[in-house]
Design a protein around this ligand. Structure first.
Ligand code: SF4
Length: 344
């Protein structure tokens, strides 16, 4: 049985640790023939958000919504077409290898596949020590060993694990090793890309609790990428909903689940098992996915939105900033919300 963990205290007066502004990331599409004009897919488009120290932002949306592309851009391994990513005041877009060097240890990532993300030929001690070798060269071997042992203890793994290979560990233990590897350099921003998706429910709860406890102790910020709304609700302070690269809604977690304002968020909340199929169908039309290789002239969600009208097809909806800090990209956001009910 896991204990609930209190939310970390946020300093609302401090500036954001991470500030993303008008971010656009495009993937080049293969040419139909050698003389064809190049075409690009907009994986992320005009995205804006902040993330503060000690805060967890959940990034949710279906496959293809641009969540993982964004994560790679934040790590500096995905070229950005335009816009800005500022981390602790440093502009990351356009930064060269040397510029990234002091920042790499501050932004780390936990990957989805616990077993697959660990090198099967390396022992746990080597896996966790590896980032220290490259990112903290000032440490000698004894200091590295000490840091590795400390970090493994923090994630609940004893010294008997040091000489194990990943194949000798359970999925949950492998994910703890992955978390230790991400934490060993003392990051200020931890990006978790579907970090608990491959784990069973009990291990998921343990790993989420562990991450929250570590956040309480260290004050690090977390960007939690997930398609699982229950996990987003459990771990985050705020939720950002994306659809084909664009922000649909961003709100404090409690607000978003109690009173979602965007039609896509409502459809997402109704997509969980057990919701009355008739209600689900009323919230999502069976429309086609938008073509993001051409500039959109209207709302990306219009083909599937039950509220869509002429204006939605003709005008890209502006992002409305609301008094409670929420943001909603819809022409019509004042509709009353009735929570979906369970099927009889
Ligand atoms: S702008 Fe129109 S189509 Fe888009 S979500 Fe709002 S109501 Fe639906």
């Amino acid at each position: 049985m896991t204990r609930p963990v209190a939310a970390p205290r946020l300093d609302a007066t401090a500036g954001p640790l991470l500030a993303v502004r008008q971010l656009r990331i495009q993937h080049r599409l293969p040419r139909a023939h050698p003389f064809a004009r190049p075409r690009y897919l907009r994986a992320v488009d005009e995205l804006n958000f902040n993330l503060h120290a000690g805060e967890t932002l959940a990034l949710v949306g279906e496959s293809g919504s641009g969540k993982s592309t964004l994560a790679r851009a934040l790590l500096g391994v995905q070229p950005v077409s335009s816009g800005s990513i500022r981390f602790d005041g440093h502009e990351l877009v356009g930064l060269d290898r040397r510029g990234w060097q002091p920042l790499r240890r501050q932004i780390q990532m936990v990957f989805q596949d616990p077993q697959g993300s660990l090198d099967p030929r390396m022992r746990v001690a080597q896996i966790v020590a590896e980032p220290l070798v490259y990112l903290c060269p000032e440490l000698d071997a004894a200091e590295r060993r000490h840091r590795v042992e400390q970090t493994l203890e923090r994630v609940g793994l004893g010294p008997e694990m040091l000489e194990c290979y990943p194949r000798q560990l359970s999925g949950g233990q492998c994910q703890r090793v992955g978390i230790a590897r991400a934490l060993v350099c003392g990051p200020r921003l931890l990006i978790c890309d579907e970090a608990v998706a491959a784990l069973d429910a009990v291990t998921q709860a343990q790993v989420l609790q562990l991450l929250r406890e570590i956040q309480m102790q260290t004050g690090m910020a977390m960007l939690f990428i997930t398609h699982d709304l229950a996990i987003a609700r459990q771990i985050s302070d705020r939720v950002l909903v994306m659809y084909y690269g664009r922000l649909m809604e961003q709100a404090p977690t409690r607000t978003l689940f109690a009173a979602p304002r965007h039609p896509y968020t409502r459809a997402l909340l109704a997509s969980v098992p057990g919701v009355d199929p008739a209600q689900r169908a009323a919230l999502l039309r069976p429309g086609a996915a938008p073509d993001t290789s051409v500039p959109s002239t209207g709302c990306l969600f219009a083909a599937r939105c039950p509220m869509a009208d002429e204006q939605c097809l003709r005008r890209v909806p502006p992002v409305h900033r609301l008094r409670d800090g929420s943001a909603v990209a819809c022409h019509y956001i004042a509709e009353a919300w009735v929570p979906p009910t369970k099927a009889a």
